[in-house]
Design a binder for this molecule. Structure first.
Ligand code: UDP
Ligand code: UDP
Length: 470
């Protein structure tokens, strides 16, 4: 009978592991956790995703399986200092609202706990590092929590050691290089670090918020990292042996998602890339992520540099209401396309015409460019993007970078530097070297995600470990 069928189904889900996944409401944080949800589902894990009403339609579209359930928690209303109706950081008028936004999620805790208590036995909660408050709930319910930062082991380990040893103290300037303790081959400047990691005594609401999350993570069962061991073995080993809790590298998670190819519905930019195939691999893809605040003056300066470089480019501009230089799009129309819509970045990076990626170095973008064998031209803006740029350029050798006028990694970038480095990446000797290197990394990445590869095995171990199914 129908009733028996339902009972059987429920028992089935009780005996298989059940993971709750709660992604932070920002594209760069949500996308990889949805890929992970699909991956876990394939390993016979029951998955429940927590989000808010405004975010659930796009989440639903990204899930490959109908039996992954979504629970909508009400997003807090009338929060002082927050525009109403905004439920994700990419919809905020500026990143200045980030802290009120992130702090407001704490008001979701009673709803989160009520929903948790109504679910069949939960084996594990995977929640974003920005939801430190979910650690309290996990402890209360006796459920292990795994934290997702959306960062590399390199950034995690370096943030940890600079906080502990403060190697930047006593330097003459923020651009003076110092050796990073525990990783003596790594040279950084204080300008590569963001608060609280560049302050001996971090102050201010952002630093406070970050410290709070770090403390919550230290009480968790571990971290799920969208990276693979072979990419950054020293940093991963350091984290697991000296810092902890254990980081499980299970990525790049998007490699488990076949690219959707719909030739009948090609976007105008893919058609444009197709047309450029006649010139071989000649296009520079330019994009700065889903939410980076970039000054209009800086964007216009980049436009001048691109124009002077004479290279082909596809530029995805996300800054709202931005006017590029007068006549720019018309002047470059034979070799440059400006797009202001949401694109499928992996589709673009995987296109045969694309030969380089000018990027803000969000961690997802770095992984995506590696997996497409496309070298990077780094122009980091905020968060741990400067560390990602260092990693890509200095540690992995898969890219070049554009520096500010005084050779600093931070500050206004001139069109001359843009022009020079675009040419170098696309046509120069250094460009050739980094292109070779990124191909090697691509092989390692796909190897890690294949059946029996390091990330594949780690995901199996994680499920066994967390659920005690040995
Ligand atoms: N895959 C992976 N890890 C997994 C499951 C799948 O990396 O845990 C990748 C793998 O590269 C494989 C592809 O996803 O080639 C398709 O996997 P599978 O045949 O399991 O997919 P199915 O069609 O059974 O869902
Ligand atoms: N992305 C995309 N289309 C866009 C903008 C972004 O597909 O138009 C995706 C991109 O492929 C990546 C994510 O959004 O997976 C952005 O993450 P990343 O870490 O690179 O940067 P963030 O947006 O977090 O700064």
């Amino acid at each position: 009978t129908k009733k028996e069928g339902e009972k059987k189904k429920k028992m089935g889900s009780l005996s298989s592991p059940h993971f709750v996944i709660f992604p932070f409401m920002a594209q760069g944080h949500t996308i990889p956790l949805l890929h992970l949800a699909n991956l876990l589902h394939r390993r016979s894990v029951t998955v429940t995703i927590f989000t808010t009403p405004a975010n659930s339609p796009s989440i639903l579209r990204s899930l490959n399986y109908k039996d992954i359930s979504i629970i909508n928690l009400p997003f807090p209303e009338n929060v002082p200092g927050l525009p109403s109706g905004v439920e994700s950081t990419d919809k905020l008028p500026s990143m200045a609202f980030f802290i009120p936004f992130a702090n407001s999620t704490k008001l979701m805790q009673p709803h989160f706990e009520k929903a948790l208590s109504s679910l069949p036995k939960v084996s594990c909660i995977i929640s974003d590092g920005f939801f430190g408050w979910t650690q309290q709930s996990a402890t209360k319910f006796g459920i292990p929590r795994l934290v997702f930062y959306g960062m590399s082991n390199y950034s995690m380990a370096i943030s940890k050691v600079v906080t502990k040893y403060r190697p930047y103290l006593g330097l003459k300037s923020d651009d003076e290089p110092f050796d990073v303790p525990c990783f003596p081959w790594v040279k950084l400047t204080r300008n590569d670090l963001e608060p609280p990691f560049c302050d001996p005594e971090p102050k201010g609401e952002y630093s406070e918020f970050v410290m709070e999350q770090i403390i919550a993570t230290s009480k968790s069962q571990g971290l799920v990292v969208n990276s693979f061991h072979e990419l950054e073995p020293s940093f991963h080993d350091y984290w697991n042996s000296e810092v902890g809790p254990r980081a499980w590298c299970v990525g790049p998670v998007f490699l488990a998602e076949p690219q959707k190819v719909e030739p009948q519905k090609k976007s105008k930019w893919v058609q444009w890339l197709d047309a450029k195939l006649a010139e071989g691999r000649s296009v520079l893809y330019v994009a700065f992520g889903s939410q980076a605040d970039i000054l209009p003056e800086q964007l216009r300066e980049i436009a001048i540099g691109l124009e002077k470089s004479k290279m082909n480019f596809l530029w995805v501009v996300r800054s709202k209401g931005l006017e590029l230089n007068v006549g720019f799009e018309e002047r470059v129309k034979d070799r440059g396309l400006v797009v202001k819509e949401w694109v499928d970045q992996r589709e673009i990076l995987g296109h045969e015409s694309v030969n380089g990626f000018m990027s803000h170095c969000g961690w997802n973008s770095v992984l995506e460019t590696i997996c497409a064998s496309v070298p990077i031209l780094a122009l980091p803006l905020m968060a741990e993007q400067h560390l990602n740029a260092r990693m890509a350029v200095d540690e992995l050798g898969i890219g070049l970078r554009i520096l500010a006028e005084n050779g600093s990694v931070r500050g206004f970038v001139r069109s001359e530097a843009v022009e020079k480095m675009v040419r170098e990446l696309m046509e120069g000797e250094m460009g050739k070297e980094v292109r070779k290197k990124v191909k090697e990394m691509e092989k390692m990445a796909s190897g890690a995600m294949e059946q029996g590869g390091s990330s594949w095995r780690t995901l199996d171990l994680l499920i066994e470990d967390v659920c005690g199914y040995k």
